[in-house]
Design a protein around this ligand. Structure first.
Ligand code: UD1
Ligand code: CA
Length: 499
């Protein structure tokens, strides 16, 4: 296909973090993600590739990077934790194909399971691992593009640096790529090579299908090595090539929880840098954690000790932090949230939340609403400009525009059997320390007296009073608390009054 033809198929995608544009040529026939390994060093009940960082599992990151190539098929090879791993793959990419590898007999064996299950895959087949969360989709794209441009049968993504543990890239005196040798099979001279195999490749699918059948187990581990395909293809007279990764950090794998934490820190830095370059202020990047799935508007400011998770969206100019944990929460433009935990909540434009607020699922605050200190809300909608300033629980309620909920009010929504709803009308005024016993309704503009336990409707414009009347027992202290400081203090006032 000529260059013009490739451009006709061009697909321009924008990186969600806004740091790059890139143009793809043809989409690969398949991306194969190897995910059958056990991951013993994680020492976990959870399969390694299901451990999460920055809002996705390891497998989820690999799938997202692969999906950026728009492959005709996305294949995941599963073995250990087969059911859970397959379920995660299907949840992230519903069309993903699952191929089982019951015994882990090597990376070549894993790929052979795929070619045997799927058959011929003419076109480009990319093979990568599920445990390289820092690998960018763009890097895979570049690998595919270079592979096409060079007309290679295989192009291996390589890196330079500390090669310990990796397969080494063996070249002839002229620098031509010959083969890959595993560290355990390498001679001392080969071990001294500092260019190593990432484990990521672009193959000609038809040639791969044939070559993979010819891989032997003639090595120290007696496994089928995918890496042997390079020498096989070269032996058949095909072109083999490499692409050196610009950033060796991208291909570092996660094998234990120390590496998981390092990868999380690295990916988080990348995400934060992207948002700062997009016009978001982050006061303390060292204590801020933002999932790859979060969206943030320009001129937002993220304070220290803040975590933004899941499908959270922060509007332009909003201030979030210090000390916030937001999960799947929408924050409107110019809203301000501090020291708060919010889950599946919606905070309207210019609304203010905290310090010390807990917004649980189903909470929605309209524009200019205010939720203050030590307030918890659940399945509650708070109208425009309404205020819930202090020490309050609001559950299963609708609060009208401009209403004021006094300090210490409790919406008693649970009768021990069922949850019941409370409605507070527009511009209603709930006196401090009221208990609103649901189901109950307070009308528009109605008041409740402080300390009331409201069990019946208060119609619009009425004052609801539901408490004992005050009675003072004259001279009680003098009679019952003789010779106490209280009695003396009272006596001084009483003697002055009697003068
Ligand atoms: C492999 C490469 C090595 C490269 C390194 C990069 C081979 C023979 N060697 O070595 O050149 O430098 O990766 O990290 O390919 N897997 C399966 N099924 C298997 C075996 C492995 O799905 O039967 C998966 C594992 O879950 C893992 C990945 O493939 O995600 C790599 O396997 P691993 O055994 O760690 O390969 P290395 O020995 O590290
Ligand atoms: Ca490995």
């Amino acid at each position: 296909m000529g260059f013009a033809g490739m451009m006709a198929l061009a697909d321009i995608r924008r990186d969600i973090r806004g740091d790059a544009f890139f143009v793809s040529e043809t989409s690969p026939a398949a991306v194969v993600i190897l995910a059958a390994g056990e991951g013993k060093r994680m020492k976990s009940r959870t399969p390694k590739v299901l451990h999460a960082l920055c809002g996705r599992t390891l497998l989820g990151h690999a799938l997202a990077a692969a999906d950026e190539l728009d492959p005709a098929r996305l294949v995941v090879v599963v073995g250990h934790g087969r059911e859970e791993v397959s379920a995660e793959a299907a949840a992230v990419i519903p069309g993903a194909l699952i191929v089982g590898q019951d015994q882990q007999l090597g990376t070549g064996h894993a790929v052979r399971m795929v070619t045997e299950a799927i058959g011929s895959m003419p076109g480009t087949v990319v093979v990568t691992y599920a445990d390289m969360p820092l690998l960018r989709g763009e890097t895979l794209r570049e690998l595919v593009d270079r592979h096409h441009q060079a007309g290679n049968a295989v192009t291996v993504l390589t890196a330079r640096g500390d090669a310990a543990g990796y397969g080494r890239i063996v070249r002839d005196d002229a620098g031509a790529f010959l083969r890959i040798v595993e560290e355990r099979d390498a001679t001392p001279d080969e071990r001294a090579i500092d260019e190593y195999n990432s484990g990521c490749y672009a193959f000609d699918g038809s040639l791969l299908e044939d070559a993979i059948k010819r891989v032997t187990t003639d090595n120290e581990q007696q496994q089928e090595y995918l890496t042997d395909v390079v020498a096989i293809l070269r032996g058949d007279g095909h072109r083999v090539g490499t692409m050196l990764a610009a950033d060796a950090g991208e291909i570092s794998g996660v094998n234990d929880r120390v590496q998981l934490a390092q990868a999380r820190r690295e990916l988080n830095d990348r995400i934060l840098d992207g948002w700062m370059r997009a016009g978001v202020t982050i006061i303390d990047p060292a204590s801020t954690w933002i999932d790859v799935t979060v969206t943030i508007g320009q001129d937002a400011e993220i304070g220290p000790q803040t975590q933004l998770q899941g499908a959270t969206v922060i509007g332009e100019g909003a201030k979030v932090g210090p000390g916030c944990l937001l999960e799947d929460t929408i924050v409107g433009e110019d809203a301000a949230v501090s020291l708060a935990v919010c889950k599946r909540a919606e905070i309207g434009p210019r609304a203010t939340v905290g310090p010390y607020a807990y917004l649980r699922p189903g909470t929605s605050l309209a524009e200019d609403a205010h939720v203050g200190a030590h307030v918890e809300l659940k399945k509650a909608s708070v109208g425009p400009g309404a205020k819930v300033p202090h020490l309050t629980y609001v559950g299963d309620a609708t609060i009208g525009a401009g209403a004021n909920i006094g300090a210490g009010t409790i919406f008693a929504n649970y009768d021990g059997v069922a949850k019941n709803h409370t409605t507070v009308g527009e511009h209603a005024f709930i006196g401090s320390n009221s208990v609103l016993v649901a189901p109950v309704a307070i009308g528009d503009g109605a008041y409740t007296a402080a300390g009331s336990a409201i069990t019946d409707e208060v119609p619009a414009g009425d004052l609801g009073v539901a408490r004992g009347r005050q009675h003072n027992s004259d001279g009680w202290v003098a009679r019952n608390r003789q010779e106490t400081r209280s009695a003396e203090a009272a006596a001084r006032v009483r003697s002055e009054e009697s003068v």
